[in-house]
Ligand binder design. Structure first.
Ligand code: TXA
Ligand code: MG
Length: 353
């Protein structure tokens, strides 16, 4: 394998979805993983930057390629929940969550075993464990025979990639390979939880909602920094990822806490120049002309809004927008994940007209 350089040749390979046809590509990607190299892969949430979770060198490469602080731990992906005990000490509550939500967009923090290098967990005694449902991610873990450390495959601080093109924009020349398996179904990263016995704390909200977790865990708490990311900077955050500015496009995101009518009034009064409006299809027709429309989908469709968010934030930059206006979203159900990402993109600033 080529030694690590920042101007390496990144191979871009397409996955057809037909297992026999994809076999040679998957074998090649698995060999890159076993040799300590990096492959960007589709998952059901966002594209991940995959490296072996058993090799310290791979973790260092991931941090370097992303430009990510090395105290922000990586999620380790396994083929199925039964493999959790190979890298961690699963608990009874883990088993119950796993039966209901794995494979899928749920990550559980567990005490780690010694075979996972400290470099993977940022020196923490715990490891975040996830079983992706995406078949490409799943097969890469199986064929390589390695658990896979994979953060989102973006440059640190930028919105997570939901297509292989996004990965190419951020990481071309910095990683060995990109597997293009089409756009991601969910569009936001997995739900991350910590367990204390039967009590579950949501460290990062995702498609497995608080309501869904409550059907399995006796109590579910949402960490304060989920709703107020500015709090994560103070003291020791519950999850290291909380303290970093995230998901931000270059354009300034301005969140307005207002009804539809008041929002339209605010835009009329304040918006000028090269700006965008991140709004539902229905709302778009109600707003004064002049802004570029960044459509989140039908009104009230949280799932579609989540699927589109990161791609729309990237589009804002492609359009060279100076700022993007959006209404403050609700926080129930799948909207909590949307709220958490957009409030971070806005640097926690909310305008209350
Ligand atoms: O959907 C996802 O989870 C994607 C795909 C690629 O699987 N991965 C992802 O990884 O979002 P990353 O590294 O961008 O985010 C990992 C999050 C961070 O917020 C980190 O702080 C938290 O998980 N985390 C990881 N290990 C942890 C641990 N031991 N304790 C607490 N939080 C942890
Ligand atoms: Mg990330």
């Amino acid at each position: 394998m080529t030694p690590f350089r920042m101007n390496m040749n990144t191979e871009f390979l397409t996955i057809t979805g037909v297992p026999d046809q994809d076999r040679p590509v998957m074998e090649k990607a698995a060999e890159v993983i076993r040799q300590g190299g990096l492959v960007a892969i589709p998952t059901e949430t966002v594209y991940g930057l995959a490296g072996s979770a058993l090799l310290e060198e791979s973790a260092h490469r991931i941090y370097e390629a992303k430009g990510r602080p090395s105290d922000n731990p990586l999620i380790v992906h396994i083929a199925g929940p039964e493999d959790a005990e190979k890298i961690a000490y699963p608990t009874e509550a883990f088993d119950r969550l796993a039966r209901t939500f794995m494979p899928g967009p749920l990550t559980v923090v567990l005490p780690k075993r010694k075979n996972i290098p400290d470099a993977v967990t940022g020196g923490l005694p715990t490891v975040a464990v996830r079983c992706p449902s995406n078949p490409v991610a799943h097969r890469l873990i199986e064929i390589s025979g390695h658990p896979i450390a994979a953060p989102s495959a973006n440059r640190s601080g930028f919105p997570s990639p939901t297509t292989a093109q996004h990965v190419l924009q951020d990481l071309d020349g910095r990683i060995d390979m990109i597997l293009d398996g089409g756009p991601c179904e969910i569009g936001l990263e997995s739900t991350v939880v910590r367990l204390d016995g039967d009590e579950c704390t949501v460290l990062r909200p995702g498609a497995v909602t608080v309501e869904m977790l409550s059907s399995v865990c006796r109590s579910v708490r949402v960490a304060e920094a989920v709703l107020s990311p500015e709090l994560a900077g103070e003291g020791t955050p519950e999850s290291p990822g909380m303290k970093y500015k995230h998901y931000a496009p270059r354009a300034k995101v301005i969140l307005v806490d207002a009804s539809d009518k008041a929002f339209a009034g605010y835009i009329l009064e304040h918006a000028s120049g090269n700006y965008g409006l991140l709004v539902s299809n229905e709302e778009a027709g109600q707003l004064p002309p002049g802004g570029k429309m960044l459509l989140t989908g039908p009104r009230g469709d949280a799932r579609e809004a989540c699927r589109r968010l990161f791609s729309l934030l990237r589009k804002a930059d492609e359009l060279g927008l100076d700022c993007v206006y959006a209404q403050l979203p609700p926080t129930d159900g799948e909207y909590l994940a949307y709220y958490n990402r957009i409030i971070r993109a806005a640097g926690s600033e909310i305008v209350r007209p």
